[in-house]
Design a protein around this ligand. Structure first.
Ligand SMILES: Cc1cc2nc3c(=O)[nH]c(=O)nc-3n(C[C@H](O)[C@H](O)[C@H](O)COP(=O)(O)OP(=O)(O)OC[C@H]3O[C@@H](n4cnc5c(N)ncnc54)[C@H](O)[C@@H]3O)c2cc1C
Length: 461
């Protein structure tokens, strides 16, 4: 009899797992997908908010695509309980389904700050399709909406960038003493703050919101604990997230801040897997499992979980802590152990140009990095990619360490000289070269072909 796989969630972890199951397991296992939202990519929502793409382009799979993959997709359905003892799940309508293998890929949800007024209309996070639609509706009739963003973290600043592209009037409030506190150190953050100030975006750091109220004459008043009052048409909350664990309460599935998984994405129940934001798993440059709530980790987790669920044993080397954000034109990135106070570091800071680079070293290996700078600086974006490759391959740079000390902007030479590109070629997560994924709706496929040179390079010809 065919194995019954159930996948909970419709984000990148779930859809990549499904593709992996079909890639390695063929048509054999039956797959049921349960998701309360349509399959989509949250990281595409800011592009929709910015007016760069229609809503449809945030979706990652439609009915036709699920049919093609032979998936029984039950969109708009929620799972309320997972029962590992009986290998079953309970849906919101009380019905039950049995599984042989289960993937929990339920993602995470925003957490609002504990202040009054967060439940007012016009005060909301930007996390879901519905949230994005509601911001677009609320601002549609306003010529230049004034938005106060509460929380200057990675997600908040991606949303800020989208609103900046709309030319909205923007103010940011951050409780910590600097912007991007979990992504940049003080010097990196000072480049971002200077850049925002030049653009006329108000930044209030080191101060919490006390309350949010309806303002006389419409709009909102955001009162800060130092007495400052900010007026706003809308308030966007971006003050943190937590893993969606409600459905596994009292199930015996082991958790810390999220579901603990091994390097095959298995929980403490070998036939139950978890992936993406809801999973706390192996990471590079640290022995302790962590949550890396980013799209790339969700994709990797999904592919590894799917391969293992299909019986193709794959061990995940671990996710790389990686945040890359365009902050209203200033590129920012950090990788790995960027805040390791024990590491030897090489730093360059040009505060006039908002350029900042920090490479953190353990012996002759780069174990963390921070970048800020403009995309039109020669090499800025390629250097970010190359440092990521150096970290992913754990390359010992040997004599190139001294070279980088002298020539910190010549990462390319160290990357090539130490053979990082050669190491990356042939490294694939699941042991097979990745395939073009194609568009997932209307049966359309991308027009751009993979060039022969690329295919030769990747040994896929
Ligand atoms: C605005 C925004 C911008 C972002 N930008 C970036 C970026 O630039 N780069 C980056 O790397 N990351 C970005 N992220 C983070 C990234 O989107 C997430 O890390 C990623 O979506 C996690 O994927 P996932 O599959 O684990 O979970 P999700 O994408 O959250 O998908 C989980 C799905 O499961 C559904 N679900 C939950 N509980 C149940 C249940 N009980 N029953 C049925 N269905 C359920 C949810 O509704 C959801 O549809 C961004 C996130 C947001 C919100």
């Amino acid at each position: 009899m065919a194995t019954q796989h159930i996948i909970i969630g419709g984000g990148p972890a779930a859809t990549n797992a499904i593709e992996s199951i079909r890639e390695f397991g063929g048509d054999e296992p039956s797959i049921i997908l349960i998701s309360d939202e349509p399959a989509h990519s949250r990281m595409a929502l800011p592009y929709w908010l910015a007016g760069k793409i229609p809503e449809k382009h945030t979706h990652t799979a439609d009915d036709a695509y699920f049919q093609k993959l032979n998936v029984d997709a039950r969109i708009g359905t929620r799972v309320s309980q997972v029962d590992p003892a009986n290998n079953s799940i309970t849906l919101d309508d009380g019905s039950q389904l049995e599984f042989e293998k289960l993937l929990i890929a339920t993602g995470s949800s925003p957490v609002n700050p504990p202040v009054s007024g967060t439940d007012l209309p016009g005060v909301q996070p930007l996390w879901s399709l519905a949230d994005t639609q509601s911001v677009l509706d609320a601002t549609a009739s306003l010529e230049k909406p004034h938005v106060v963003l509460v929380g200057a973290g990675f997600i908040g600043f991606i949303v800020l960038n989208a609103m900046f592209k709309r030319h909205w009037d923007l103010t940011v409030v951050e409780r910590e003493s600097q912007v991007l506190p979990r992504m940049l150190d003080r010097d990196g953050a000072s480049c971002v703050e200077a850049h925002l100030s030049k653009l006329g975006i108000g930044v209030h750091t080191g101060v919490s919101v006390q309350k949010i109220q309806e303002a006389d004459g419409g709009g909102k008043t955001v009162e800060l604990e130092n007495g400052t009052q900010l007026s706003a048409d809308m308030v966007i909350l971006a003050t943190g997230i937590q893993a969606n664990l409600g459905l596994i309460e009292n199930s015996g599935i082991e958790t810390d801040q999220a579901i603990l998984v091994n390097d095959q994405m298995q929980t403490n129940f070998p036939n139950i897997y978890a992936a993406g934001d809801v999973a706390q798993g192996p990471i590079l440059y640290n022995d302790q499992p962590q949550i890396h709530a980013i799209q790339t980790t969700a994709v990797d987790h999904g592919r590894v979980a799917g391969a293992n669920m299909a019986g193709h044993e794959v061990h995940y080397p671990g996710s790389l802590l990686m945040n890359v954000a365009d902050v209203c034109g200033l590129q920012t990135a950090s990788f790995g152990n960027w805040n390791d106070s024990q590491a030897h570091n090489m730093t360059i800071h040009n505060s006039d140009e908002n350029i900042y680079r920090k490479l953190l070293w353990t012996g002759d290996q780069i174990t963390g990095a921070i970048f800020t700078g403009y995309a039109n600086d020669v090499g800025m974006l390629t250097d970010i990619g190359m440092v990521k490759g150096i970290l992913q391959t754990h390359t010992s740079l040997g004599k190139w360490k001294a070279f980088l000390e002298e020539n910190p902007f010549d990462i390319r030479r160290a990357y090539i000289g130490a053979g990082v590109a050669q190491k990356l070629i042939g490294v694939t997560l699941t042991g097979q070269a990745s395939r073009p994924r194609g568009f997932h709706f209307d049966g359309t496929t991308p027009k751009a072909k993979v060039s022969a040179a690329h295919a030769t390079f990747m040994e896929t010809m």
